[in-house]
Design a protein around this ligand. Sequence first.
Ligand code: ADE
Length: 245
Amino acid sequence: MRIDVITIFPDYLAPLREALLGKAIERERIAVGVHDLRDWTHDVHRAVDDSPYGGGPGMVMKPDVWGEALDGVCGAADSAAPVPRLIVPTPAGRPFDQRTAIRWSAEPWLVFACGRYEGIDQRVIDDAATRMPVEEVSIGDYVLVGGEVAALVMIEAVARLLPGVLGNPLSAEQDSFSDGLLEGPCYTRPEVWRGRAVPDVLRSGNHAAIDRWRRDQALARTYQRRPDLLAELPEGTLNKADRAQ
Ligand code: ADE
């Protein structure tokens, strides 16, 4: 997969080169390009924003600079080359979730357009949408100062689903959310720590009992912390043994 990020703060994306993502880049599972939006300005001040039409606080990112940046990174309008899926992080977007991450993980090319200030002139997004799929996406109901951290969150969620990125592919399959439930608690050695013992069943060697216990823990945790997720489970997800809990 190829991932490009356009931002006025390229250094913000430095964590992409660390840890799991850094290894995925080294192993050529993903190729990442980070682009400075100001490279597409033409004035001495390298201005990327201007005051909003209609008045109000804050500044809006200029369409001319963004238009050229997207042409440069995604390909110009008259090109017959493949186009990316363009992601615009914004608190006004549709919610990002694990399903979105799974869907995007099948894409060959994602481009993240990180806005700052009050946002990007809407015509940039509307114009891009005439030649490539575009999604305006929020990572949660709170407001960050820009899209960079949101892009990092989404890129990590997608990249760990790619084949060969996680050490153990089962980890992604057993995630919280992969079956619509939160994952239950986990334990490692020592058997007793500060007087707290690991649940007996996990040391029993009885794999059917362990699976049942884990499923019950997941159900109980989801019920307590995210009852909204239980309500959303597709018909048939809970079996008879689950319902007996
Ligand atoms: N930019 C600012 N806040 C954001 C959010 N919650 N999600 C995505 N992008 C953002």
